[in-house]
Design a protein around this ligand. Structure first.
Ligand SMILES: O=C(O)CCC(=O)C(=O)O
Ligand SMILES: [Fe+2]
Length: 265
């Protein structure tokens, strides 16, 4: 039989309030959500390190990390692959580097499309793009003012033990994007790094955070121009201490970092 919905009187607010049940005890659904939130924070802890700066612990799944190592390895040894860049004074940096999507170099910045050996960077893998987009969307859930960013470059660094990266700002991208605070997305795989950051060049005033395998760090908004650097790579305690990703991919000892950014604006 058809119900005569049109004849149901619209509830008035007062009646609705009176009808609301009041319970002293948590419903199962609320309890489940609370437990899930705690578990999620424990597993995928979110640490706000500053305005527009957030660290997602354990953000990448094991398979996600393995995929990234394999994608990088596919290009690592070919043209446009890893090399040790020099700085303006001609000294070699204490890391290996390669670019995806477009070329960046500590001396020529974004000016050139080809390296001195004539090689061009491989295309930016869509897996890297969607990783950056997802991480930014997750950050925006808590940081409403964080702008979106569509990466067009990824700088991949590989640090062996003893390697490091001096204090610097990532500020060679288009000034419009820098001023808008378009975020940088930084992905860590392999051994852990001591990462220094802050709004000053004074090393004594910098903050320190440990970046571990699977962590994703975002810095945008008011933190887009922070000074940052990698002070050291921590050695694993023993072979047992090597991460599963290192064991599975055969990644040499050290740390792989992806820095995803938007140059064009
Ligand atoms: O390895 C890192 O965590 C930082 C890399 C970085 O800052 C860069 O490549 O500009
Ligand atoms: Fe940087």
């Amino acid at each position: 039989m058809l119900k005569q919905y049109h004849s149901i009187p619209s509830p008035n607010i007062e009646d609705e309030n009176k009808a609301k049940p009041f319970s002293l005890i948590m419903t199962d659904r609320v309890r489940r959500n609370l437990v899930f939130d705690r578990w999620r924070n424990f597993m995928f802890g979110r640490k706000e390190l500053g305005p527009g700066m957030v660290l997602f612990k354990n953000y990448l799944t094991h398979m996600g990390q393995v995929d990234i190592v394999n994608i990088c390895q596919k290009w690592a040894m070919g043209p446009g692959g890893f090399y040790r860049p020099s700085n303006r004074s001609g000294a070699k940096l204490r890391l290996h580097m390669m670019c995806f999507g477009r070329l960046w170099d500590p001396v020529t910045k974004y000016e050139k499309s080809y390296r001195s050996d004539g090689s061009a960077p491989p295309p930016l893998p869509y897996e890297f793009i969607s990783l950056a987009e997802n991480a930014i969307e997750d950050a925006q859930l808590h940081m409403k003012l964080l702008p979106s960013m569509l990466p067009d470059i990824c700088v991949a660094n590989f640090y062996s033990y003893g390697d490091r990266l001096g204090l610097h700002q990532d500020c060679d991208e288009h000034v419009g994007g820098l001023d808008r605070g378009l975020p940088v997305v930084s992905v860590s795989i392999g051994e852990s790094a001591e990462f220094l950051y802050g709004h000053t060049r004074d090393e004594n005033k910098l903050e320190k955070v440990l970046l571990e395998s699977g962590d994703v760090l975002i810095f945008g908004g008011k933190s887009r121009r922070i000074f940052h650097g990698v002070r050291r790579i921590l050695p694993p305690l023993d072979y047992i201490g090597l991460s599963q990703v290192v064991k599975e991919t055969g990644l040499i000892s050290g740390r792989l970092n992806l820095t995803l950014k938007q140059f064009q604006f």
